[in-house]
Ligand binder design. Structure first.
Ligand SMILES: [Zn+2]
Ligand SMILES: [Zn+2]
Length: 305
């Protein structure tokens, strides 16, 4: 099965040629329910974990603390925009604690990343430890296989600076204004200042830079980070203070009503079609994981959006 993101509703580089310098590729993972093995890239399946290597446990003591939960693993061969790992590692494994009882606030997530060289793993640990209790069901992923697809992305709107940033902001405001006026003229939604009443058909959607043209929703590797909740945050490496890049986004939704244009084809049916993994992070938002662009062995940064 191949999933394909529909073409963007307009050519944003034709509109803003300055964006070409900020173009990046991301690999959308398109997780869908399946029966992955330890030799597959997946969400919620068994990890390629060597028999005899201790399974990681939560190292921040709290009630019910225990083994970490296997969340995902990505082989570099499957995910072209997966940043290179340290020391020739080709497999990224993601685990987390199923409780929100960590960090300085006592309410934070605890995420653990493990890079390894897949060729060195002979016998795979089986069965694999799993937590007996969960602080939150949204931390338990449905087993999913991945259908990676490369897409083009542009920076989150608030990270664009200078004249380019101003021009994109102005265009975005004008699009919103025009959409509101069109709705008003057609008598759709609320009564507007001109006294048009409610009812009627919604006008065709107008593309939005933020929703349709910049950052893809859903699980993905690489590309640009969205900062919908906090606004742009630091991406300086904790190890060397140099720049970091987006390694992986864990998203509670593959698309939402405002990012429907990214819904891949063929469309999947069902009310929960946009939540194939069942994972919910950051109050049904997303988790962005950053890695140092200069040394992938440096500590990661995590941002909940
Ligand atoms: Zn924990
Ligand atoms: Zn660094």
């Amino acid at each position: 099965m191949t999933f394909t993101t529909p073409p963007r509703p307009l050519d944003v580089e034709a509109l803003f040629p300055g964006l070409a310098a900020h173009r990046a590729t991301a690999t959308r993972l398109h997780p869908r329910a399946g029966s992955p093995t330890a030799r597959d890239s997946h969400v919620g399946g068994p990890l390629l974990w060597p028999a005899g290597e201790p399974w990681p446990v939560c190292d921040e003591p709290h009630r019910h603390s225990g083994p970490l939960l296997a969340v995902a693993q990505l082989y570099a061969r499957d995910v072209p925009d997966l940043a290179a790992g340290p020391d020739g590692c080709d497999l990224l494994q993601v685990l987390w604690c199923p409780f929100d009882l960590h960090g300085p606030t006592g309410h934070g997530m605890h995420v653990r990343l493990r890079w390894r060289r897949s060729a060195e793993v002979r016998e795979v640990l089986a069965p694999q430890p799993a937590p007996a209790r969960f602080g939150f069901d949204g931390y338990l992923p449905n087993p999913c296989v991945l259908h990676p697809e490369r897409v083009t992305e542009y920076p989150y709107i608030e990270t664009l600076t200078g004249e380019l940033g101003e021009r994109v902001e102005e265009w975005e405001d004008a699009q919103e204004e025009a959409a509101y006026e069109a709705e008003c003229e057609q008598g759709f939604e609320v009564e507007c200042e001109d006294g048009h009443g409610a009812g009627g058909e919604p006008p065709p959607a107008r593309p939005s830079y933020q929703c349709d043209l910049s950052v893809a929703p859903g699980w993905k590797a690489g590309g640009h980070a969205a900062w919908n909740v906090t606004g742009p945050g630091s991406t300086d490496c904790p190890g060397c203070s140099r720049g970091m890049r987006l390694l992986l986004t864990v998203d509670s939704y593959e698309w939402r009503s405002d990012t429907e244009s990214w819904r891949p084809l063929p469309t999947s049916a069902g009310a929960d079609a946009n939540r194939p993994t069942s994972v919910a992070v950051a109050n049904f938002g997303k988790l962005n994981i950053f890695a140092c662009a200069h040394d992938p062995a440096h500590p990661h940064r995590f941002s909940l959006q």
